[in-house]
Design a binder for this molecule. Sequence first.
Ligand code: ATP
Length: 235
Amino acid sequence: MLKVEDLEVRYGPIHALKRVSMTVGKSEIVTVVGANGAGKSSLLKAIVGAVKSSSGKIIFEEKVVNGLTAPDRVKSGLILVPEGRQIFVSMTVEENLLIGAYSQHSSQQRQAIESIFDRFKNLADRRYQLASVLSGGEQQMLAIGRAMVARPKLLMLDEPSLGLSPILVRQLFELIEELNSEGISILIVEQNTKLALKTAQRGYVLELGSVRQQGLASELAGDKGLANAYLGDSV
Ligand code: ATP
């Protein structure tokens, strides 16, 4: 479904991604782990067109999407829930969801938004309230809801568990599995690497902008060298 080939991202003199190649198959959950600054966010941003790649190919559903604008990548089903959620706190919950549905016709928008309210009752109860009143967990649900109304085929999540309590983190990962079982492919960058490797089928380890290791998530989770370097006790 997604194939990244020899992707390079540079910020001036900083070489953030060096010939990164990776894939996400249909209905797969794939995780990218690595230390701070390894290039994980840059990879997701390059895939959705939020940062420019200097070379390499991004192929989504057999089409090279490098030349597409970020909004056109969204229309093709590549959707990112960015790090820190980036919801609009001075807008209502419903208005935040409407932003996610901007590319659809108004009847489809309504349907898409109501399906999010059916799924997330807490958000439905607060639909006319400002997003600033939501708890951290509810804000993450809203960010995922906003991504869902755009009808993702591949949903990418950048550090979704950041700042959430352990109970909310578990609920979040259950939701990710539920969305995946509904047919959405998932690419997840996560500081909670143990949980990410438990949820994903495959994983990639980024180090200083390069893929250092890749394989079945269960094998990466059992790798002693990796455990010492990245996995910590973060479950
Ligand atoms: P973190 O977990 O800390 O977010 P990361 O693995 O997601 O780290 P990136 O945020 O992709 O890593 O950063 C990769 C490298 O690129 C780092 O050296 C970072 O300082 C640099 N970088 C990221 N964004 C920019 C930017 N907009 N301008 C300049 N350098 C940047």
